[in-house]
Design a protein around this ligand. Structure first.
Ligand SMILES: NC(=O)c1ccc[n+]([C@@H]2O[C@H](COP(=O)([O-])OP(=O)(O)OC[C@H]3O[C@@H](n4cnc5c(N)ncnc54)[C@H](O)[C@@H]3O)[C@@H](O)[C@H]2O)c1
Length: 467
């Protein structure tokens, strides 16, 4: 397997956004323009979209923060089962809004057009289906579904009620990924048979070792409702904050991170179907804390035209996030914001054109007699003339892109959703896209991991089968 870290080091080492001018002198670096701030006119105040939010935990608060940068929208209500998070929502918005433990109170409000669903995965289906039935458009966090059946039930509810749904893998609205898609669509990569995606996160946050808030208990949290359809159990602060570790509520690394990576790959490659086959392996190597999902997981996917290898690791000091697309005419590397400082902070994309000349085989001819070898080399060189020195196209065809300081793909993703709400055109990451990303990224991967078998997608029955 090629090693994208060593391949890309030369390129990325200079990409620190802050020191860009000094360090990238002579390099063809393009800082992409933020799309939210470009183009569409600011909506009139009378055209403000009022929204409610269900779940104002970590991501709910991130989304509320991002919402402040999106023109023409206003949060007016928040539901969360943990009272303290009502205060968090108001603090983030810096205003008083209607807060409640009862999500139905948000869905029943006639003056609310849209809702954001940022509750844990095991609640997505019920909240999306009920919101669609209540006539709301919905931004629902990734992964779309907690089970294969959930996703299809959600598609059904969205389509029956003619609602807009956006799933929250924000890469799908990233200006960096839009550039990667443009390069893919241009055919400049040539035929691509190998795609790699890695996200290594060794930190307490990355490994879901979240602190339990000091006031979290069965009086401040409606724990019984939080459990939803999961088996009843007495209050457990660890499950409440680290729900990703447990099958009843989350989906481990595939649900948390693979889905993001697969969404990025599906978007760039215009894939709108789950992989045909997936094989996953991994284990719990470090966090032996009772979790049910691995802290290391790999999945190899077969798609019709390429193979994808995804890896996430939580037990090594190296933090990084990258994609590599290996084409016959070019290589494209995307590095995420979590890249190590030595490789340059900030998200970046590098495209290299591959050399057009062939390389002579040089190993086996070591056993040839000298005269025979020299004749072969001379003949080979005649048949494969190299570009004249200085005309080598490789360097000049290297392109580097990065995002402006402070760029947020979350803001763009949210803005795209509200634009879809206004135009009634499908959102960037609509129900079909979100479902397919969850099927590959989350469910096929975990099916294979837990059943120790190859997972096959059966499109006739919409189920995963054993190979
Ligand atoms: N797009 C991203 O980058 C990103 C990042 C983090 C999390 N997420 C996703 O966002 C979702 C939430 O994750 P989180 O990290 O914020 O979790 P969290 O535990 O920090 O917050 C979830 C909140 O939802 C509330 N809640 C649960 N069930 C509810 C219900 N029925 N009604 C009202 N409130 C309810 C909980 O009380 C909690 O406050 C997950 O699906 C996760 O995968 C996405």
């Amino acid at each position: 397997m090629k090693n994208p870290v060593s391949m890309s080091r030369r390129d990325f080492v200079r990409l620190g956004a802050g020191s860009m001018a000094a360090s990238l002198t002579g390099k063809n670096v393009t800082i992409l323009e933020s799309s939210v701030l470009r183009g569409s006119p600011r909506p009139a105040p009378s055209d403000t979209v009022r929204f409610g939010i269900i779940g104002t935990g970590t991501q709910g608060c991130n989304l509320l923060r991002a919402s402040r940068a999106v023109p023409g929208i206003e949060c007016v209500a928040a539901a969360d089962l943990y009272d303290t998070r009502h205060e968090s929502a108001k603090e983030v918005l810096n205003k008083n809004i209607d807060t409640t433990r009862e999500y139905r109170r948000v869905l029943d409000r006639k003056d609310i057009d849209t809702v954001i669903v940022a509750a844990p995965d095991h609640w997505h289906r019920r909240l999306v289906v009920e919101a669609a039935q209540a006539g709301k458009d919905i931004y629902c966090e990734k992964p779309m579904s907690h089970t294969v059946e959930d996703g299809f039930a959600m598609i059904d509810a969205i389509q029956k009620n003619k609602r807009i749904l956006q799933i929250g893998s924000q890469r799908v609205s990233s200006i960096l990924y839009a550039k990667a898609k443009e390069i893919w669509d241009s055919g400049r990569l040539g035929e691509v048979d190998t795609i790699e995606a890695v996200w290594d996160r060794n930190s307490d946050s990355g490994a879901w070792v979240n602190p339990i808030p000091p006031d979290a208990n069965e009086h401040t949290i409606d724990w019984n409702t939080w459990l939803g359809d999961a088996p009843k159990r007495s209050f457990d602060g660890r499950r409440f904050v680290s729900w990703r570790c447990y099958k009843d509520y989350g989906a481990g690394l595939p649900g948390d991170l693979f889905v993001h990576l697969i969404s990025g790959i599906h978007y760039i490659t215009s894939t709108n179907a789950p992989a045909m086959r997936a094989f996953s392996t991994g284990g719990i190597y470090h966090y032996k804390d009772g979790r049910e999902f691995g802290d290391l997981q790999w999945t190899i996917y077969d798609y019709p035209k390429f193979q994808v290898v995804v890896r996430c690791n939580q037990n090594n000091k190296y933090e990084d996030q990258f994609f590599a697309f290996y084409g016959k005419k070019g290589t494209m590397l995307i590095r995420g914001e979590g890249a190590p400082a030595a490789l340059g902070a900030g998200a970046s994309l590098v495209f290299h054109a591959e050399p057009e000349f062939h390389t002579r085989e040089n190993y086996s001819i070591g056993s040839w007699p000298e005269k025979q070898r020299q004749e072969y080399i001379a003949e080979w060189n005649r048949e494969h003339p190299r570009p004249a020195p200085g005309s080598d196209k490789v360097e000049s065809e290297q392109e580097i892109y990065t995002v402006p300081d402070g760029y947020s793909d979350l803001v763009d993703h949210l803005a795209n959703f509200f634009q879809a709400v206004r135009t009634r055109k499908p959102a960037a990451e609509n129900e079909a896209f979100g479902n397919n990303a969850a099927l590959s990224g989350c469910h096929m991967s975990n099916y294979s991991y837990f059943n120790k078998t190859v997972a096959l997608w059966d499109s006739a029955s919409n189920t995963i089968k054993t190979a």
